[in-house]
Ligand binder design. Structure first.
Ligand SMILES: O=C[C@H](O)COP(=O)(O)O
Length: 225
């Protein structure tokens, strides 16, 4: 039987870090792609929208955000349809750094589903996690904003938010998977998150800003062994 670890996902959000743009995004994607292949762990990169096409040729890719604007006479949107055309298999929605309305979350999840793409809806509290679970996303990502970028892992500093979110989400919709993020920096942080019942984790600064991103990712993957 496949265990929790084998089912786990590591999403690496390149955000708007200078170290994660253009060719640098492709370099980070190559590191992730090689380790995904060698370890069998599902590793997803979330780059700038303009880098999706290049990165998705190297490793599984999620958009950082998609808009709910309709197809047609619209300017400046990032459409789920265009993210899919660029090779993305899913998208984050409502990240703490790119919050959207409840309606846009609901329609975004439905539109991604219609396109056979996965959705990862970010929530800052267990109550919001439960609310968003009603929309039927693939994943809920619980991320306490105060720990984002802190290097202090949510699985250590605030384990209760993870377990409470899992409990509330599964009570609403058992098929929605729960992952956690914020400060995840090591394999030990990820191991603890899995032990709490999380089905993976999001990481950004520890990987993107590392002097040796490959070593950081190898350590993260090691936490799943
Ligand atoms: O999307 C990733 C989360 O915002 C966590 O960011 P972080 O790993 O830099 O704390």
């Amino acid at each position: 039987m496949i265990g929790k670890r084998e089912m786990a996902l590591i999403l690496l959000n390149l955000k708007a870090y200078e170290q994660g743009i253009g060719e640098k995004a492709e370099t980070l994607a190559s590191i992730a792609g090689e380790l995904a292949k060698s370890s069998g762990v599902r590793i997803v990169i979330s780059p700038q929208a303009t880098d999706i096409a290049a990165v998705s040729k190297i490793v599984e890719t999620f958009a950082q955000h998609v808009d709910s604007a309709p197809l047609g006479a619209q300017t400046g949107s990032i459409l789920p349809e265009s993210a899919k055309a660029a090779g993305a298999t899913g998208s984050l929605l409502n990240h703490a750094e790119r919050q959207i309305s409840d309606d846009d979350i609901k329609t975004g999840v439905a539109r991604l589903k219609a396109l056979e793409m996965e959705s990862m809806v970010c929530a800052s509290t267990p109550e919001l996690a439960a609310k968003y679970a009603e929309y039927g996303p693939t994943y809920i990502a619980i991320e306490p904003p105060e720990l984002i970028g802190s290097g202090v892992s949510v699985s250590t500093a605030n384990p209760d938010i993870v377990t409470e979110s899992i409990e509330k989400v599964k009570a609403v919709n058992p098929s929605v998977k729960v992952v956690c993020g914020a400060g995840i920096s090591s394999g030990e942080d990820l191991r603890k998150a899995i032990e709490l019942g999380s089905e993976g984790a999001l990481a950004a600064s520890a990987f993107v800003k590392a002097d040796d991103p490959k070593a950081v990712l190898e350590d993260l993957v090691g936490g799943l062994k």
